[in-house]
Design a protein around this ligand. Structure first.
Ligand code: NPW
Ligand code: K
Length: 512
């Protein structure tokens, strides 16, 4: 699903109005009716107090329509207009009048007003600011926002949490609604998925308001949200008349004394995701344990006991995964540099492999094109330098990836894969995956997909999605705390199956 900027959403809005030859208030009515249906289908008339806080723009207009519909269906509502500007939008005013015709008179809140009481049992509808926010809210509006946040009521935000701009970080972090649930119109917003701004959104859901699908299809977006519909077309089915050679030969290079387990996890994941053959290259101390732990993997060793000091692979691998558990020993660093000079296969570089690159940036030009780098935030910072915000980080990451013609996988709660100026935001995974070895498994999985012929960027996007899905399946039986990296590997097969599982509704339809 595409992620649009505020400007692109306004354009989609305009093109819909033009194409359908409707008036803007009809689109507002349509949007707010969807909000109403969402609430009504859950509350089914329950007599809970609903307090609606509405601004004076179109986000507030949505709130006005919603208030009217709730009142018409017998809900107990209280409506406030947060009167932060004289420049009221035309559709806000129209719907304010319609509400008054229904004998609902909102209270106007301004600078001098007392803050209304909100009980923890109330439902707050937050329709103060939408995507039109373009500066910090005034202090008194900020105080109201803090008052709502402190109420412990369930807060349902219309389109976005008020105070959260969609294309940058907030001007004032305290003046942003902490949403329990966001009903966002048509397309998700990038801020929902970034570490600094995603914290304002507990849960979110898209409300389809029928914006012009042709416009959405033909407009390029800088970011895309990756769910099942996006990854399914990337899947490459196994062929009947194929053999192990069809699915590539991966080489995983890494490990050092005490860190051979990283290679064990990466090779095992590489096999489990479908690589035809997997060879590990480790220091001598890793030989016995690796042969025992993963018998399907072939093992090559270097000449030293505890660390890698030179890398010789006597064949051309389809893909090389390098860095897991490798350490930063001086000999290892020069072996890594020498290997980069002679290798032609695309690589997946992780962990200390990335740290070696950030300590020796001249090596970056030797990284084969279309390799995949998988940093967590600290490793990324060492590679691209400091950033001032998540938005700045993404710009710097894009420039870095383009400069070296690589795919950059920024790991996090929503891992973002960067390639050719675009970002692909992952939706699977959970906090249980913040555990030792989780990254080693991802390295093996991406390498294993590349071995099977997935283009690098697809291997990264698909691998990240499948890795997260394996984690989600693992959590359903183990819970967050007990999830280990090896459980992720055990669930790779189920994650593949899950990709093709029919939703229950569809299954029912098929049997009719
Ligand atoms: N797009 C769609 O498809 C549809 C959109 N819909 C809805 O419209 C919403 C966007 O509405 P909107 O453009 O009227 O902006 P909104 O967020 O209500 O702000 C109002 C105005 O406040 C101002 N302002 C800004 N910052 C300020 C500040 N700090 N303190 C004080 N004032 C400030 C600024 O005006 P300015 O003063 O800059 O001229 C701004 O215009 C969208 O989120 C969705 O809910 C749906 O109805 C249907 C389909
Ligand atoms: K809002």
């Amino acid at each position: 699903m595409k992620i649009f900027t505020a400007h692109q959403i306004y354009e989609a809005d305009k093109s819909t109005i033009k194409k359908e030859q409707i008036k803007s208030d009809e689109l507002m009515e349509r949007a707010a009716t969807q909000l109403f249906e969402w609430i009504h289908s859950r509350l089914r008339g329950t007599q809970v107090n609903i307090q609606l806080f509405c601004g004076i723009g179109n986000n507030g207009g949505d709130g006005m329509v919603l208030a009217r519909k709730l009142q018409e269906h017998g809900y107990s509502i209280k409506v406030y207009v947060v009167n932060y500007s004289d420049k009221r939008s035309k559709d806000f005013l129209l719907n304010l009048e319609r509400l008054k015709e229904n004998k609902v008179w909102p209270d106007f809140i301004n600078k001098e007003s007392d803050l209304p009481q909100i009980s923890p049992n109330d439902i707050v509808v937050d329709a103060i600011f939408g995507i039109g926010l373009n500066r910090a809210p005034d202090a008194w509006v900020g105080n109201l926002i803090q008052h709502i946040n402190g109420s412990r009521a369930f807060v349902l935000s219309v389109d976005v949490p008020s105070g959260l701009p969609v294309d940058r970080n907030p001007w004032n972090k305290e003046y942003v609604i902490q949403s329990s649930y966001v009903l966002s119109f048509q397309l998700p917003k990038l801020v929902f998925f970034l570490p600094e701004t995603g914290v304002y959104v507990n849960q979110w859901e898209i409300v389809d308001i029928g914006l012009n699908p042709d416009f959405i299809a033909k407009t390029d977006a800088d970011f895309e949200l990756i769910g099942r519909p996006e990854v399914l077309p990337m899947y490459r089915p196994r062929l009947k008349f194929s053999h192990k050679g069809t699915y590539g030969h991966s080489v995983i290079i890494g490990g050092s004394y005490g860190k051979i387990g990283a290679v064990q996890l990466a090779t095992n994941a590489c096999l489990s995701v479908g690589s035809g053959l997997v060879t590990a290259f480790v220091p001598k101390c890793g030989y016995d344990s690796l042969q025992t732990a993963v018998p399907e993997v072939m093992v090559l060793t270097g000449s030293r006991e505890k660390g890698i000091s030179e890398i010789e692979i006597p064949f051309e691998p389809t893909v090389v995964g390098i860095g897991v558990g490798i350490g930063l020993d001086g000999d290892t660093v020069s072996a890594f540099g020498n290997f980069l000079k002679k290798v032609n296969s695309p690589m997946v570089i992780d962990a200390d492999g990335l740290n070696i690159l950030s300590q020796n940036p001249e090596m970056l030009t030797d990284v084969p094109g279309l390799s995949v780098l998988t940093p967590h935030p600290k490793e990324l910072q060492r590679l691209i330098g400091n950033w001032t915000s998540d938005f700045d980080k993404l710009e710097k990451a894009k420039a870095f990836a383009s400069k070296y013609n690589i795919v950059l996988v920024i790991k996090g709660a929503h891992t973002i894969t960067i390639y050719k100026g675009k970002g692909y935001v992952n939706t699977t995974g959970n906090p249980g995956m913040a555990t030792a070895g989780s990254g080693d498994v991802l390295t093996g999985m991406i390498a294993g997909l590349m071995a099977q012929g997935y283009p690098s960027v697809e291997a990264a996007i698909f691998g990240v999605y499948l890795h997260g899905l394996a984690g989600d399946l693992g959590v359903s039986s183990k819970g967050y705390e007990a999830l280990k990296a090896s459980s992720l590997i055990e669930n790779i097969g189920s994650a593949y199956s899950e990709l093709f599982r029919q939703p229950e509704m569809e299954q029912k339809d098929n049997t009719q």
